[in-house]
Write a protein that binds this ligand. Sequence first.
Ligand code: DX5
Ligand code: ZN
Length: 221
Amino acid sequence: MTGIAINPSILSADFSRLAEEIARIDTSDAIHVDVMDNHFVPNLTMGAPVVKAIRAATDKPLDIHLMIEDADRWAPDYADLGAESVTFHVEASGAPIRLARELRARGAEASMALKPATPIEPYMDMLTELDMVLLMTVEPGFGGQSFLDVVLPKIQRARKAIEDSGVPIALQVDGGVSADTIERAAEAGADVFVAGSAVYSAADPAKAIDELRELARTAQR
Ligand code: DX5
Ligand code: ZN
């Protein structure tokens, strides 16, 4: 297993003060940026121009989560603007292996996301094309939803497939991750955790990140 990472989602930040909000989470491992297009999900957030501004505002690794249709067309742009990791949804990609290779060729880590009801089994043989798999633990589109325990068996199966592959692929969970749920996800095999509302609703977001990391580390042991 790889080390635990906590990647706060700035979806729960104050969008009018993004640079300051990013500075409040300096204990994070990366910044999770939710790009939504109002088609793949019923919500609209930001696109490449804003991500470019975020890139200029921080040296932290950017973990871009694209919840957009036609990922094959748009995802490579985010690698080009300097994101360390680009996640596309398999439900929105016509050629996920080609897209993963394209992202890596442009210097980003390639990551593939699955909605809660999308099975991992059809993709078991292509995991080695990826640096990370994201298993959504809420239906994508909004922050502040409840963690879906129904996804826990899929996390376990994905962890086993990653171990069997012999390649150190990260396993990210996103949605409803908090001090109440992170241990279950870590025990099931997740090692990268996105948390939006749990971090930004805390009085001290940087401290909340450290507490989440400690809970996950203890649960993983
Ligand atoms: C949901 C987004 C998440 C969201 C998580 O579609 O992908 O990253 O911001 O927010 P919380 O942690 O509040 O569930
Ligand atoms: Zn996300």
